[in-house]
Ligand binder design. Structure first.
Ligand code: HEC
Ligand code: HEC
Ligand code: HEC
Ligand code: HEC
Length: 159
């Protein structure tokens, strides 16, 4: 009788521990970082920052959609934000040009993830350094890009 009780107690204990652990892992994000904008990376990563501003089209991605804005409804224009700004519809991400001007371009954090904690600590363990294709494909999907470009092209008188 005692043996069975011990077995049951042990099984229940591990089941609870497992659920707890799983719930804990699910509930907690990688860290508590939110989006801060590329400007906040400049002081420690001068080189990456200036080369990004100079060479990357992402550093002007909001201009690209502003140019196309005429002829789009407000709702259609907002669909561009998902890829052409930083962290749209994610916690602490881009909301609007007025409210979050520091996040209006697709900045460092679209690839490296939200960086508030890392920008405070300077600890490389607090930021995503190794990237895979998965980190790009949310925005770089040829069909999706084509679908979004089609309408502005028509309105822009591309032909
Ligand atoms: C207070 C200084 C500081 C700020 C601000 C800062 N970093 Fe860093 N970062 C460091 C240091 C120090 C390292 C480690 C040495 C290195 O790789 O340059 C590092 C490393 C990195 C790495 C490489 C991580 C790895 O796994 O090797 C990335 C990516 C990075 N930072 C991105 C950013 C981004 C994006 C921002 C802005 C949101 C930012 N950093 C802001 C200090 C900073
Ligand atoms: C949040 C969406 C988003 C993510 C994630 C993203 N990109 Fe982009 N990328 C864009 C947009 C938008 C442009 C076009 C900017 C413009 O021209 O207005 C772009 C442009 C580019 C270009 C064109 C050339 C240039 O100089 O900018 C390259 C190359 C590129 N991205 C590579 C990548 C890679 C590699 C990754 C993953 C590690 C990635 N991108 C992740 C949105 C994204
Ligand atoms: C699914 C992600 C995504 C959405 C949504 C999106 N774009 Fe883009 N856009 C990209 C990427 C990635 C590029 C660069 C790669 C390419 O040209 O194929 C780009 C490039 C562009 C360019 C070309 C810039 C250049 O320098 O050549 C323009 C203009 C543009 N987008 C406008 C828009 C507009 C306007 C909207 C909203 C109606 C929009 N995009 C929605 C991902 C997106
Ligand atoms: C298009 C995606 C993309 C964007 C945007 C981006 N990076 Fe990176 N970054 C990478 C990739 C890819 C690596 C190389 C990772 C590896 O070695 O696997 C990298 C590496 C780094 C490193 C490590 C040291 C090095 O140079 O290899 C730092 C620091 C860094 N990035 C900072 C920044 C900062 C600051 C910005 C914005 C000004 C930025 N990155 C924007 C993709 C991006």
């Amino acid at each position: 009788m005692l043996k069975i009780r011990i077995i049951i107690t042990t099984v229940v204990f591990f089941a609870v521990a497992l659920l707890w652990n799983q719930y804990g892992i699910e509930a907690a994000p990688q860290n508590q970082s939110t989006y801060v904008g590329s400007e906040q990376c400049k002081s420690c990563h001068e080189q990456e920052y200036s080369s990004f501003q100079k060479n990357a089209k992402k550093a002007h991605s909001y201009d690209s959609i502003t140019v196309m804005r005429k002829g789009l409804t407000e709702a259609e224009f907002e669909m561009c934000f998902e890829c052409h700004t930083t962290g749209y519809k994610k916690p602490g991400g881009f909301r609007s040009e007025q409210e979050t001007p520091h996040l209006k371009e697709a900045g460092c954090e679209v690839c490296h993830g939200p960086g508030s904690v890392h920008a405070e600590t300077g600890d490389p363990g607090d930021i995503k350094g190794k990237l895979t294709f998965k980190d790009c494909e949310a925005c770089h999907s040829s069909e999706r890009v084509a679908a979004f470009k089609y309408k502005p092209m028509v309105y822009g008188g591309a032909h």
